[in-house]
Structure formats: C-alpha cells, structure tokens
Design a protein around this ligand. Structure first.
Ligand code: ZN
Length: 89
C-alpha cells in the first residue's frame, strides 16, 4: 500500500477512521494511518496543542471501542507518533 500524495476533497480518499475497529476507511491501516498522520501534522502544524486535544478525544473514544487493547499501546498509536519540541517538517 503506497497512498498517493494527491490532494482531494472528502470522500473515499479521506482516510477517516472507521469505528468501532478504528481502521482507516481509505487504506485499511490502523488509524491514524501514515497518510493521515502526515495530513494531521500539516493541518495542525501551527497549533500542536489543538492536535493533541483532537487526538486525545480520538484516543478516549477508541479506548471505549477497543477495550481489549492495552491502553499503553493505544496511547502510542494515537499520540506517541506526534513529534514534540519544535517543528520537524
Ligand atoms: Zn489511510
């Protein structure tokens, strides 16, 4: 799977999470998938705090849905990938 870099509107290429499994609706990877992570960083690059709030709410919802998964691994999956301490892009 190599998602293209093409920009498009909402739809099949939206890489939105599909609940309750929290897999990507576009590429089927665990959400947030690689493509979605890049898009989130781009979208929230000037406001990482807002990104943390957004991902935190997703994590809270996913924790309810994926109750069999260890919370620590969910935290790493939803929040652990976010670069800290300055811009990396
Ligand atoms: Zn995806």
């Amino acid at each position: 799977m190599t998602p293209g870099a093409k920009a498009s509107g909402p739809g099949p290429d939206d890489h939105a999470p599909v609940t309750p499994d929290w897999n990507c609706g576009s590429c089927g990877e665990e959400w947030p998938c690689a493509t979605k992570r890049i898009r989130l960083l781009d979208e929230y690059q000037v406001d990482r705090a807002a990104l943390s709030v957004y991902l935190g709410s997703c994590l809270a919802a996913a924790t309810q849905d994926l109750h069999a998964a260890p919370v620590v691994s969910l935290q790493a999956r939803f929040i652990g990938w976010v670069p800290r301490g300055g811009r990396t892009f």
